[in-house]
Design a protein around this ligand. Sequence first.
Ligand code: HAM
Length: 411
Amino acid sequence: MIQKPRGTRDFLPDEMEARRAVEWRLREVARRWGYREVCTPEFEDLELFTMRSGEGIIGEMYVFEDKGGRKMALRPEITAAVIRMYINEARVAPKPLRWCYFADCFRYERPQKGRYRQFWQFGVELIGADSAMADAEVIMLAADMLDSTGVEYELKVGHLALMKNLIGSLEPSLQRKIRAHLDKKEFDGLKATLSETGNTALADTLISLVECRSLKEAFTIAGDVPGRERIEQTMNALDAYGVRYSLNFGIARGLDYYTGIVFEGFAANLGAENQILGGGTYRLAHLFGGDDVASCGFAIGFDRVMVSRGEPVPERKIVVGILCTSEGRASALAVSRAFRSAGICAVMDLMERGLGAQLANVAKMADFAIIIGGREAESGTVTLKNLHTGEQKVLDPQAAIAEVGAHGTRG
Ligand code: HAM
């Protein structure tokens, strides 16, 4: 038996219905904020993702050579592709651009619960607005979107400038090591790394910055941070909007393109893979041949949101089984069409069985049976049977549709 590729999943109808329901909640929030959907290719030139994604993601990419010898990659994320599209298609469009997407990404990671090789992101990118209000808008939208999913979460907001003020003069490779230690709260590792390089005192300062939860205190620790006023304005806007968040200046992010505000969301009920959202401000457009446009965005890890929500409980819509004898078939086709036109799911028997066998079969999956034999066909009526109560009556088709329609969802 052939199995699906490792790290991928099949979704049965119940799960797909639950996924679509959450997807539509996110779409609805995006719509209310004026973010319109875009779509980019599933694969791109490899270079698009190697320029500024960072070592972690580059090492996890699905890379292949096409028949023309071009090096391609399945997208590991969508931000770089959206900015490439902005440069190709929309660089002269009035700013800011408010875009969103819902699409799959591919990362060759070690699979576990909440970590897949094919996974879906619901993301937004705000392109061409460079202000505290722009940064705040994206974070407020992130909070509204996570609220709409019903998942319990914690939102952490930080800014790279504070950390940069403390470690910006160190070697880039040492900076990366420090950020990785801080991101994982490996304070002993941090101390060891810094004492090896003769920066022992810095470790305590960095640890106090990462643990500090007040903006004022953070600025005291980090020193004279450029753009302090903008950071304060952003946080004030978040407070005014009522966003629930905590400050965290240890957020490092796995991707290398961030420049300022960074934020992450964590689901309360998930284990190791509990990060359900990540984002921040970045500048990528100039790397791909465009203008140096400021952007801010985030992506929600849709699959992790679904894991956090637990087993799907899909809303069951009424199903009607249309049963007939050969004399009733023409009438049954017309009646099934009328049910569907009224927005009700109607399924016909396809096995050419007797009415008794049809009824036994339909009772397993439908709520009502419509029975059309020779007598009903002749009189233009149908027999409507409620499969939950066993109640049965002869009606004209429109009355049967009205009666079924009045039930809404399954009991
Ligand atoms: P990211 O943090 O790499 O950011 O991914 C965003 C979210 O995707 C993560 O928080 C996580 O929930 C989910 N995710 C990542 N890898 C996996 C995986 N293997 N399986 C399941 N879920 C996963 C980005 O991708 C940026 N492009 C976000 C962004 C948009 N920044 C600015 N604009």
